[in-house]
Design a protein around this ligand. Structure first.
Ligand code: VGL
Ligand code: ZN
Length: 199
């Protein structure tokens, strides 16, 4: 029988109003996500989890500002304000998120030299996080994604899920976007074209 999991992406203080990489209304989705957590048998949460010297932070590139891009060995990388530093309050889940039921916490972006938007692969698009193996071993072939941000970590995760043969639905009412230079429209189009269900 098809098993289904809810994947809650990066609902962390730094992505909510008051955080260092705040997504507008990032906190507004918490009550809906809590309701959804209650109705799924399998719940997995992801946590952006960077060392303080992470290469995705503009502060670690002299002369660079947040939202500029740099060329990394694995390709183009957007630079961000320092965010979700391992063990910091900003990296903690939003205090209202009822995530205790989660059977797995996937941490990503914990290696200095490489960022990871997707819950499945790091930004070299090759290094797996282990999530696909976990889902496959547990017989879970269908996922619903919610969280932050729609146009980065949620979209990259959904696209990788399809590429790996999972059925993927993004609940847009339980996501909010950064929308950097049209990134929301671009990523919604890519998800639609790839066969991600947008609900
Ligand atoms: C994210 C930018 C940098 C996200 C994480 O969760 O969408 N965006 N790190
Ligand atoms: Zn990050």
């Amino acid at each position: 029988m098809a098993e289904e999991a809810l994947i809650v992406i990066d609902v962390q203080n730094d992505f909510c109003p008051g955080g260092s990489l705040a997504v507008a209304e990032g906190d507004k989705i918490v009550p809906l996500i809590n309701e959804m957590i209650g109705s799924f048998e399998h719940v997995i949460v992801t946590q952006d989890w960077h060392p303080a010297d992470h290469s995705s932070f503009a502060s670690n590139h002299s002369g660079k500002q947040p939202y500029e891009t740099v060329e990394m060995p694995y390709g183009q990388q957007t630079l961000w304000p320092d965010h979700c530093v391992q063990g910091s309050g900003g990296a903690a889940f939003h205090p209202g998120l009822k995530w205790s039921k989660a059977e797995l916490v996937i941490r990503k972006g914990f290696r200095k030299g490489i960022d990871s938007y997707s819950a499945f692969f790091e930004n070299d698009r090759k290094t797996p996080t282990g999530l696909a193996g976990y889902l496959k071993e547990r017989g879970i072939n269908k996922i619903t994604l919610v969280g932050l941000a729609t146009d980065f970590c949620v979209a990259y995760s959904a696209l990788d899920a399809i590429g790996l043969g999972f059925e993927a639905t993004v609940r847009l009412d339980a996501c909010r976007a950064i929308d950097l230079g049209g990134s929301l429209e671009t990523m919604l189009g890519k998800m639609r074209d790839a066969g991600v269900k947008l609900a």
